[in-house]
Design a protein around this ligand. Structure first.
Ligand code: PLP
Length: 335
C-alpha cells in the first residue's frame, strides 16, 4: 500500500510544441506540479526530513520548525501529517491566505511575526522567531533550507538520477535557495560532464549577481545569495523580466493547456532565449510549480493591469527572443 510520500518524484516530461521553439530544436518541460503537493519542494522537504532522521537531528514524532511563506511550508506540513511530525511554519504578514489555509489544512501550527526587520522586510524577523521557538523546544528540528547542505545533497543523490534518463544538451532551472538546481546540476555532471546547465533568475534578484530590487514573481530569486547556490555548476545564466515570465505563463496556458507557476514561465522563457541565440539544440527545463498557486495574481487580468504588466503575445515574444542584445549575449556566455 502506498503512502503519499511514495508519490513524490517521477514527474512527467513533455516536449513543448509551439511556434516559439526554433525549427529543428527541442524544448522539454519537466512538470514538477505532478508532485502530490504541486511543487518541486515536496522533493526538497522529503530530503531534508530523511537526512535529518538519519543524522539523528530529528526524532520520530518530533517537531519541525521552518521559516517559509511558500511551497516548502506546504510540503513540510503535508509530510508532517503523513509521517507523524509536528510542524510549525513561521510566516509574515505578506503570506497569502491560500498558503495559510494550506498549512492549516495539514494541521501545521502557524506562527506569524509582525515586526519587520531593519531592512524593512521580514526575513530576519522570521529567522529570529525560529531561533526563539527552538530555545523553547530544543529537540525541535530547523531544516534551514538556505544554508543546510542536505538540500542540494538530496537533489544531487536522488533527483539527479531521474534527470539522467533523458537525452538533452542543457538542463535549465531557476534559483532561490539554489538547492534544487545546484544539486541536480552537480549530480548530472558527475555522471555526464558534457551536460551544460542554464541558471535563470528574475530581474531584481541578487542570487546571480547585482543588487536587489523588488520584483513581482514569487518563489524565485532572493535579496542575497544563499550558501546552497553553487555557481561553479552553472554554464549559462539568463535574467528574465517579470513581464516576460508572466507573458510566457499566460501563453503556455492559453495555447498549450499548461497551467504553470511564474518561475516556470521564467525558465521556459530563458530556455527559449538560449535556443534562439546559441547553437544549443535541446534543453530540459525544470518547471517548479503549478499555476493554481497564482490564479489570483499572474492569471488575474485585474492584478496584472494594476501591476502595470502588458501581456506580450507570440509575435512580440518572438521578436524579443531572437533580438537578444550584446549585454544579454555576454550574460549567457560560458562561465
Ligand atoms: C515556485 C518556486 N520556484 C522556484 C523555487 C526555487 O527553488 P530553490 O529554492 O531550490 O532554488 C522555489 C522555491 O521555493 C519555488 O517555490
Amino acid at each position: 500500500m502506498l503512502n503519499i510520500v511514495d508519490s513524490i518524484g517521477c514527474t512527467p516530461v513533455l516536449e513543448l510544441r509551439h511556434p516559439l521553439v526554433p525549427k529543428n530544436k527541442k524544448l522539454f518541460l519537466k512538470l514538477e506540479q505532478f508532485n502530490p503537493n504541486l511543487s518541486i519542494k515536496d522533493r526538497t522537504a522529503l530530503g531534508l526530513i530523511q537526512y535529518a532522521l538519519k543524522a539523528g537531528k530529528l526524532q520520530p514524532g518530533g517537531r519541525i520548525i521552518e521559516s517559509t511563506s511558500g511551497n516548502l511550508g506546504k510540503s513540510l506540513a503535508m509530510l508532517g501529517a503523513a509521517l507523524g511530525f509536528g510542524v510549525t511554519v513561521v510566516v509574515d504578514p505578506k503570506v497569502s491566505s491560500s498558503a495559510l489555509n494550506w498549512y492549516k489544512a495539514y494541521g501545521a501550527n502557524v506562527d506569524m511575526v509582525t515586526e519587520p526587520d531593519q531592512s524593512g522586510g521580514y526575513q530576519q524577523s522570521r529567522i529570529a522567531r525560529v531561533k526563539q521557538l527552538l530555545k523553547l523546544e530544543p529537540t525541535a528540528y530547523w531544516p534551514n533550507q538556505y544554508d543546510n547542505p542536505d538540500n542540494p545533497d538530496y537533489h544531487c543523490e536522488t533527483t539527479a538520477k531521474e534527470f539522467l534518463q533523458y537525452d538533452y544538451d542543457v538542463l535549465a532551472g531557476c534559483v532561490s535557495t539554489g538547492g534544487h538546481l545546484s544539486g541536480i546540476a552537480k549530480g548530472l555532471k558527475s555522471h555526464n560532464p558534457n551536460i551544460k546547465v542554464l541558471a535563470c533568475d528574475v530581474k531584481g534578484s541578487a542570487v546571480l549577481g547585482g543588487s536587489f530590487s523588488p520584483y513581482l514573481l514569487n518563489g524565485v530569486g532572493l535579496a542575497w545569495r544563499s550558501s546552497n547556490t553553487h555557481l561553479e555548476y552553472f554554464d549559462y545564466t539568463v535574467i528574465v523580466e517579470d513581464k516576460h515570465a508572466i507573458s510566457m505563463c499566460r501563453l503556455l496556458a492559453r495555447e498549450c493547456g499548461l497551467l504553470l507557476g511564474g518561475s516556470a514561465g521564467l525558465v521556459a522563457f530563458a530556455a527559449l532565449q538560449l535556443l534562439h541565440t546559441s547553437d544549443v539544440n535541446s534543453i530540459l527545463a525544470i518547471m517548479p510549480d503549478s499555476g493554481t498557486n497564482y490564479l489570483d495574481t499572474l492569471y488575474d487580468d485585474n492584478w496584472v493591469r494594476e501591476k502595470g504588466i502588458v501581456i506580450q503575445d507570440t509575435v512580440k515574444l518572438r521578436k524579443f527572443l531572437s533580438a537578444t542584445t550584446d549585454a544579454q549575449q555576454e550574460r549567457m556566455a560560458h562561465a
